[in-house]
Ligand binder design. Structure first.
Ligand SMILES: [Ca+2]
Length: 526
């Protein structure tokens, strides 16, 4: 085990002395001017000695456009040659971590040479990852953050790398992120002669799963965590995507073509739009929508204006949950309103590919396994057992994180066709149940469901939001988000703003003013 470094110990003690939901004393002390570092200060990091870690690059990158080069790009050709724009010079550090004999975790840490905001923001990954998240790092860097990302311990997508490498599975599941957090903070402290005042995690999809894993397993790593559309029921999601694909792979006539998905979507919205009191093309709470696809069943000739009996069954299948026969926990389906994101084989191609690889390489360890072998009840249980809580992030005990003052913002699009939104609502409710009615979960953890939003963004609903700014205000100033304004744009212009409300509240139109302006909505319980 790495010994905790002293400044981190002090930091935890300060937070622990305050009750949950209390603004930190640190926010009341004026920040000293940001340190300014030159290229030589960055170069010096090449000789930094860190246990279990090797610095492979430390070089200042000047402001303006830069193109990725070695060392990580050399090891990961898809990254080579990518061009980004840094608004100011920064110190780029690449490190290889080996917490186990079989580990080969690449991380990069980028630190502004001037105008550092004295904060650290680690950014998350997608799917099975295998690549450093340079675009997200650039966004964080340009906001003044020292930032870090990891390839999670392997190169490239898919899960074939996991065969015969149980330690690499652990690296992917949680160790790479945790080790990255620890080492990054040491590098930040060495570069600036001071550690970050605040440390954040920002991730969506697989990055949302990483977020939850950190909150559950390493409550002291981050002061604030953003978990977007978390794939926290990783094996359950894999099972759902594979279950639908199995059904549709060999039954072409049962598939929903794009015109059929359009038809279904229009019918769902027509049936459920007004349930929230406002006809605006959005279903504020799809859980209140009890649309039965059977109303679209063909009465006479078949075509794109109706669904066959088999297609009706397919729609029902995609909406439906399956229950883990052992834990009795539901593995939720996709929600009414998400139909435009569906594919011919049900869930997104990414959900299917990730699901297939989960069973092929991590459950059955057989590259020849295919979805036709899938046995829903047995394999849901088998997948959870095989994972052993390595990748799944289902532990509802967030008390260590919340009680030390950590803040967690989770968000999820109700129209997400890749990771069921039910993952988020179910988990939030499980945390409340676990911590008990007397525990004020809301003071440190809030979930924002986004009507009409797709996977981590996109979709017909308001889908652009600033969770980083929202989380900063909560952590640093004690201002809990009672609403988060999201916007929707068409052709580059904002055409609608709307508050997202802390679950289970929903946004309700006040009845006056434009229904395209967030100011005319209030958040309230249904
Ligand atoms: Ca509506």
């Amino acid at each position: 085990m790495r010994k905790p470094i002293v400044w981190r110990g002090v930091f935890i003690a300060v937070l622990a002395s305050q009750g949950p939901g209390q603004p930190s004393l640190r926010s009341e002390t004026a920040a000293p001017p940001a340190p300014v570092r030159d290229a030589a200060a960055c170069d010096q990091l090449a000789s930094l000695t860190l246990p279990g870690a090797t610095v492979t690059l430390a070089r200042q990158v000047e402001a303006g456009e830069f193109t990725l080069s070695s060392p990580s790009a050399a090891a990961n050709p898809p990254e080579a040659g990518q061009t980004f724009k840094a608004v100011s010079a920064f110190c780029r550090v690449a490190v290889t971590l080996r917490p186990s004999a079989d580990s080969d975790i690449k991380i990069e840490v980028w630190m502004p040479a001037t105008n550092w905001n004295r904060k650290f923001q680690a950014v998350g990954n997608g799917a099975f990852s295998g690549a450093i998240s340079y675009p997200a790092m650039t966004t964080a860097l340009n906001r003044g953050y020292a930032t870090a990302s990891t390839d999670t311990g392997h190169v490239g997508g898919g899960a074939s790398w996991s065969l015969g490498h149980p330690e690499k599975v652990i690296d992917f599941g949680w160790r790479a992120v945790h080790e990255m957090a620890a080492v990054s903070k040491q590098i930040v402290a060495a570069y600036y002669d001071a550690g970050p005042r605040w440390s954040y995690w920002n991730g969506c999809s697989a990055g949302g799963r990483q977020a939850m894993k950190e909150a559950q397993r390493f409550p002291a790593d981050f002061d604030g965590i953003i978990a977007g559309a978390p794939g926290l029921d990783w094996t359950g999601r894999a099972a759902q995507a594979v279950r639908i694909a199995k059904s549709l792979e060999t039954a072409e006539a049962a598939r929903l073509s794009p015109p059929h998905r359009q038809l279904l979507h229009r019918a769902v919205v027509d049936a459920c739009d007004a349930l929230d009191g406002l006809k605006d093309g959005l279903i504020e709470n799809p859980r209140r929508c009890t649309f039965d696809p059977a109303v679209l069943e063909c009465k006479g000739s078949e075509g794109t204006s109706c669904l066959t009996t088999a297609q009706v069954q397919t729609a029902r299948l995609i909406y439906s949950a399956v229950v883990n026969p052992r834990s009795k926990r539901a593995i939720t389906g996709l929600e009414p309103g998400s139909e435009l994101g569906w594919t011919d084989l049900g869930w997104t191609a990414s959900a299917r590919a990730t699901g297939l690889d989960q069973f092929r390489f991590l459950v059955f360890k057989n590259p020849a396994w295919d979805v036709q072998r899938f046995d829903v009840e047995a394999d849901i249980v088998r997948a959870e057992d095989a994972d052993g809580d390595t990748i799944n992030a289902l532990d509802p005990d967030l008390k260590p994180f919340l009680s030390r003052g950590g803040k967690l913002i989770q968000y999820h699009g109700w129209s997400d066709p890749q990771i069921s939104p039910g993952n988020s609502t179910q988990y939030y409710e499980r945390v409340q149940e676990r911590l008990g009615g007397a525990y004020d979960v809301r003071s440190s953890y809030r979930l924002f469901m986004a009507p009409g939003m797709g996977h981590c963004g996109g979709g017909e609903g308001p889908n652009t939001l600033d969770m980083v700014g929202t989380l900063e205000q909560w952590v640093e100033q004690g201002r809990a988000p009672d609403r988060v304004v999201a916007s929707h744009s068409s052709n580059g212009a904002v055409d609608r703003t709307r508050p997202l409300c802390p679950y289970p509240q929903v946004a309700v139109y006040t009845g006056t003013g434009s229904s395209d302006q967030a100011a005319n909505f209030i958040c309230k319980a249904q």
